[in-house]
Design a protein around this ligand. Structure first.
Ligand code: C5P
Length: 221
């Protein structure tokens, strides 16, 4: 059973959005609520795993029995997640910013009379999931998420391959009853060996249990 296989394992989960500061009062964020990742952390802890949850800025209570590390930016999340290695399993459920301001302004940026445009220079963030999956201390199983508005399967399988993941759980965003703010979701889970499974539609808490079943079944010895 999942609890026999996962008991005592070190599982690191990332969840929530990241906020990339523009200046002391503004940031670039996204619509991730953190619910899916928190549900995964909760369900892994219930199965007896030692769970560390690296959380972006969300307003959710810490699941029972979970060690939580709060971060704000993609760079902070990268550092916090890599500091948790070695681990048995990494589940990257966070919606990490792809680009961040090259440097946050130290003072509030002011508009001036007649100014119609403002240029912000953004630079690529480091890919936490890809770095974990190609790390010398790679966990035995590395699981990603993909939130897509279209071409869900093609994009998800592309990420599975490019980031060297074992599993990717994809969901469609921008439709009602799934995705970021919803309590319910549907996940299409693709494996590196070509297998796939659809989980849901169901509450994120039930999907988290089902996803951990799949993870437990695929954990290499
Ligand atoms: O490439 P994309 O951002 O769509 O892939 C989503 C997956 O990659 C998620 O599991 C997310 O947590 C992870 N990711 C990451 N670091 C980034 C960007 C995405 O870990 N900088």
């Amino acid at each position: 059973s999942a609890s026999e296989r996962l008991r005592g394992l070190r599982i690191v989960v990332s969840a929530g959005p990241t906020y990339e500061d523009i200046d002391p009062v503004r940031f670039i964020g996204n619509r991730s609520s953190g619910k899916m990742g928190f549900a995964v952390a909760q369900s892994a802890a219930r199965l007896g795993a030692q769970v560390v949850l690296v959380a972006g800025p969300v307003s959710l209570p810490t699941p029972d029995g979970v060690t939580r590390i709060d971060v704000r930016s993609a760079a902070q999340m990268h550092e916090a997640v890599l500091a948790q290695l070695p681990a048995d399993i990494y589940i990257g459920a966070a919606a990490v910013a792809d680009f961040a301001p090259a440097q946050a302004a130290s003072n509030k940026i002011k508009k001036t009379a007649g100014q119609d445009t403002l240029n912000l220079m953004l630079v690529r963030t480091r890919d936490i999931l890809a770095d974990i999956a190609s790390h010398a201390q790679r966990p035995r199983l590395v699981v990603g998420f993909a939130a897509e508005t279209d071409h869900v399967e093609a994009y998800a399988r592309g990420k599975l391959q490019n980031k060297r993941l074992d599993l990717i759980a994809a969901n469609r965003v921008g439709v009602s009853g799934s995705g970021f703010e919803s309590d319910d979701n549907t996940l299409a889970v693709y494996a590196a060996d070509g297998d796939s499974r659809v989980l849901g539609p169901a509450p994120k808490t039930a999907l988290a249990d089902d996803l951990l079943e799949l993870i437990a079944a695929r954990l290499p010895a």
